[in-house]
Every structure is written in C-alpha cells, then in structure tokens.
Design a protein around this ligand. Structure first.
Ligand code: AMP
Length: 359
C-alpha cells in the first residue's frame, strides 16, 4: 500500500487518456511524478505526455495488473470507470482516489440526487422509471414539461430529452433506448454556475471561486470566473461543496454544477468526481490550478491555495475552431491549451483558451 505523502519519483496511474488525463499528467510531471495512463487508444492525448501508456479496456484484468505493478495510486479522468476496475485495483493493493463509493454515487443520476438530498443539498424534484409505463405514470404525477435523462452515462447533453406532455413519456423513454431513466422537474434558473472543490487525504478542503457557465447544444461553450456573485451566494456554494465532499469521504477534485434559481436558491444539477471543464479557467486564473490540486490531493500532499489572480473568460475550442491557433497565439491576453487530438470532428473538444482580464 502507498505511504502518504507520496514522494516525487512515484508513479501515478490515470484511467482514461483524454484531455483531462493529459492536463493531469502534465501537472503530475511538474511535481516530479511519473504517470501511467490506461487507455483503449494507443495514441491518446494523455498517453503522449505520460511516462507509460498501457493499452486496454478499463476493466481488462491484464492491463489492470500492469497498472498495479507500476502505480502506487490510481485516479481517473472520467466518472464512468467500471466499478469492477476500481475493485480489482484495490484488491491488487493500489490506492484508488476518489474511492468507489463516490464513483457509484456520481455514475447514477438517481443515487446522486438521493445522496444530495440526504446530505441536505437541494436539487430539482425527480422520479425514476424503469419502463415506459412507469415513465408515463411518473410524468403524469409530476406534470409536464419534464426533462428525461438516462440514469447512467449521459454527458454533454447526450441521453436527455424534454417531455412536453405526460402522454409522450413512453415514446421519449423508448427514444432514449428503453433504459432506466430519471425524470426531472424543469429548473427555473437565471444562471448556471459551478464550483470546483477539493479534499485532501487529511480531510482538509479547498474551493475555488464560482464560475458562470454557458452551454450551447448541451456542450460547455464558455465560462466566466470568478463569477460576480453576492458573498451570501458564495458562502452557500461553499457550504454545499463542504457537505458533498464530507458526505462522500472524498479525496481529489470534484466539479459541482449548480443552478442559480430565479428565487435566489442554489440547486445542484450534477457532480463530477474529477477535474472539470468549468475549472479550466483556474490554469491561468488561480494560484494553484485544479489539475495540480487533484494531484496534490490524491498524492496526500497539502492542498494548494485557490485564490483568483485574474478574471478569466474560458472558451472551448470545438471542432475546427482550434485551427485558429496561430491567430490566438498572437493575442497577448490569451493562453492557449491544445489537446493534441489528431482529428477535429464537429463539436469535439480540441482545446480551450483562457482570456485574461484584470481582477
Ligand atoms: P446535465 O447533463 O445534467 O449536466 O444537463 C445538461 C444541461 O441541460 C445543463 O447544463 C442545463 O443547461 C440543462 N438542464 C439539465 N437539467 C435541467 C433541469 N432539470 N431543468 C432545466 N435545465 C436542465
């Protein structure tokens, strides 16, 4: 078993080889760690900056054994890691952070909302349905319009559809693939905010200033941070983050998506047990960014300071927008982050820019 704090020179494992894994690997390298990435694709954004790439499925027992032989601690860049992969790694003596309980809660939208409500954190009203008849019954009881989402594996607005009339719920259920779903009451929000929070192995916590987020077609387009919010709202977001971190006995960085409601309340939309796209602004806007913070937390190091040093507008570069890199590189206030993806598909996250403004 790993001894903490993990000294530089140790190897950290990351399940997943996308851009979040890449930026985690770069942060880990800066602190003197080696990174081993487990990823299906031999040529991944994270793999190309890591010391080791193991090619395989996340639940591949041979790949997990190889990872366990290299890494003292394993973390992940996305939440849909199969539970069996984490349990296998733990059986092989590897410390996994965040732990399997946090992953299980975040992987299922119903468990997530049940956990939040039981922790005293407000969400929209919701119901679950396992078949078309249950979906119609739930929609009739709650009243339309409603947002129906698959309980598992939705991201970037995929796996969700509006139900305009209760009678339509069966049809929408089938359109989503006839898998277990959650039905959510519409949130009457004025803004979408998020808070990036961290908890260390010693239970210490740290939160970043809130970000204000704008989506297009279900994909994050732009974050503005620190968001202009009242001190009372910032306090409330911190209280929410503290409850979630403690309730999950969490280790690492966690993204919490919030709705700022018309009546002033803050509701949690969802939590992501990982570094988060709405936290990319911290790379150029904060003393210690979310990627270093996550590495510090999982390695048992002290958490770093989270204060803002600049105001940032973060813009995702989707599809061929990253082709403008030469122009963007000429802008003195723009920090360019490119993910090294070989192929630009429409809507694919190819990079982002952080545009700096005075605080
Ligand atoms: P999600 O996949 O849950 O993060 O949802 C993606 C986006 O859909 C959110 O960022 C919101 O813009 C919108 N959304 C999600 N849930 C609700 C809801 N219950 N009411 C209104 N809008 C929602």
């Amino acid at each position: 078993m790993a001894r903490f704090p993990l000294p530089p020179g140790s190897t950290l494992g990351i399940l997943g080889g996308g851009q979040l894994g890449r930026m985690l690997a770069l942060a880990a390298a800066r602190l003197g760690f080696d990174v081993a990435v487990l990823e299906r694709d031999a040529d991944s954004p994270a793999g190309r900056v890591a010391a080791h790439t193991l090619v395989g499925a996340y639940a591949d027992p041979v790949a997990l054994e190889q990872l366990a032989a290299l890494a003292s601690v394993v973390t992940y860049e996305f939440e849909n890691v199969p539970a069996e992969a984490v349990l296998t790694l733990q059986r092989l003596g590897v410390d996994c952070a965040p732990g399997p309980e946090a992953l299980a809660v975040a992987q299922d939208r119903v468990s997530e909302k049940q956990f939040l409500n039981a922790s005293g954190v407000a969400t929209v009203a919701f119901a679950s349905a396992d078949d078309a008849d249950e979906a119609v019954a739930a929609a009739t009881q709650m009243g339309a319009p409603l947002l129906m989402k698959t309980r598992r594996e939705g991201y970037d607005g995929k796996g969700q559809r509006w139900v305009e009339h209760a009678a339509q719920a069966g049809e929408v259920f089938r359109a989503l693939g006839s898998v277990p779903v959650i039905l959510e009451a519409p949130a009457d929000f004025v803004r979408e905010l998020s808070i990036i929070a961290a908890r260390g192995r010693d239970g210490a916590t740290a939160v970043y200033p809130l970000a204000e987020n704008h989506h297009e077609g279900g994909i994050l387009r732009r974050s503005l941070a620190p968001a202009r919010v009242s001190p009372a709202l910032a306090d409330e977001a911190e209280r929410i983050a503290a409850r979630i971190l403690k309730g999950l006995d969490y280790v690492g960085v966690l993204g919490i998506e919030l709705f700022e409601m018309r009546d002033g309340r803050l509701l949690v939309n969802e939590i992501a047990p990982r570094v988060h796209n709405t936290g990319h602004w911290t790379q150029d806007g904060c003393e210690v960014d979310q990627f270093e913070q996550h590495i510090r937390a999982v390695a048992g190091w002290p958490l770093g300071p989270t204060a803002a040093v600049a105001r940032v507008e973060m813009l995702n570069l989707l599809g061929d927008e990253a082709d403008a890199w030469a122009r963007l590189a000429r802008e003195p206030e723009t920090r360019l982050h490119l993910y090294g993806k070989r192929e630009a598909k429409p809507g694919r996250k190819m990079g982002h820019v952080n545009k700096l403004k005075a605080l």
